[in-house]
Ligand binder design. Structure first.
Ligand code: PGA
Length: 264
């Protein structure tokens, strides 16, 4: 267990928070495979306790190993998603679900199509809509109507973003439209072949939406995440590093491989 003092809070407020914070548990794994196995096992635990669990899901490179492990467990008959409800963190604006760079496509091709999940229980923001504001409100309402998320899995961007909550002057609470930072567009251009093809905006769960999950698992893999992971977990809580707000959650597991955890 590592509990760190967020330096920008008064001692009084910190003590008050500490009575509420159970702990942030940081687990360092030897490698990516171990990290993925551990993340998958945390998801399986939640589903074993509640077969109609509501689960928040990420995209990107980091969770791919976790999805592979879950598919393996499903094929071995150890887990079922038949009653599970999922909410993805985010989606690009302007890409149809059939576009191979949409997160809809990613989820179907890397995970859902291999599982027994009921399609009506899959929720991904509709990024190809004329009514983005209405879509954001609908998404937020749907999470509430499902009873809130039992657990959410997150990656971390090199700029400290979670979902697509980019660094800024304040924390955006609810599901909203976001203009993507240049650093995010550059980082994600590896999937699109060129920077000019990357959408410039997205729909993302907000910070309060993410924090409303009853359990959070933050995954970080590789040396390019080491610096930002240290800042997010050990530094000031600030909207300039959106992941830093996770320090305030009552039930969070950080699973970092040894390269990402090098400065922790
Ligand atoms: P990555 O993205 O897993 O592809 O590094 C993480 C993120 O941007 O949240």
């Amino acid at each position: 267990m590592i509990i760190s003092y967020p330096g920008n809070l008064s001692v009084r407020l910190y003590k008050l928070l500490m009575t509420r914070i159970k702990a942030m548990k940081i687990t360092v794994t030897d490698n990516y495979k171990e990290q993925s196995e551990l993340a998958a096992s945390l998801m399986c635990n939640v589903i074993e306790n509640r077969k109609n669990a509501v689960i928040g899901l990420p995209t990107g490179s980091t969770p791919l190993g976790m999805y592979k492990e879950l598919i393996k467990s499903y094929n071995e008959g150890k887990i079922s998603f038949a009653h599970v409800v999922t909410f993805n963190l985010d989606e690009y604006i302007g890409l149809p679900a059939t576009d191979e760079n949409s997160y809809n496509y990613y989820m179907n091709h890397n995970f859902f199509s291999f599982m027994d999940i009921d399609k009506k229980n899959i929720n991904i923001p509709h990024g190809n809509t004329d009514d983005v504001t209405g879509e954001c409100l609908r998404y937020e309402e749907n999470i509430k109507a499902a009873g809130g998320m039992d657990i959410i899995f997150l990656g971390i961007g090199r700029n400290g973003h979670i979902g697509f909550n980019e660094p800024g002057e304040f924390f955006e609470p609810y599901t909203h439209q976001v203009i993507l930072e240049k650093s995010t567009i550059d980082a994600n251009s590896r999937f699109f072949g060129s920077v000019s093809k990357v959408p410039t905006s997205a729909i993302t769960m907000g910070i309060k939406t993410i924090l409303s999950a009853r359990q959070i698992v933050l995954l970080a893999s590789g040396k390019e995440k080491a610096e930002i992971l240290k800042e997010a977990l050990k530094g000031k809580i600030t909207p300039k590093i959106p992941a830093s707000i996770l320090q305030l959650h009552e039930h969070i597991d950080v699973i970092a491989d040894s390269e990402a955890a090098v400065y922790l």
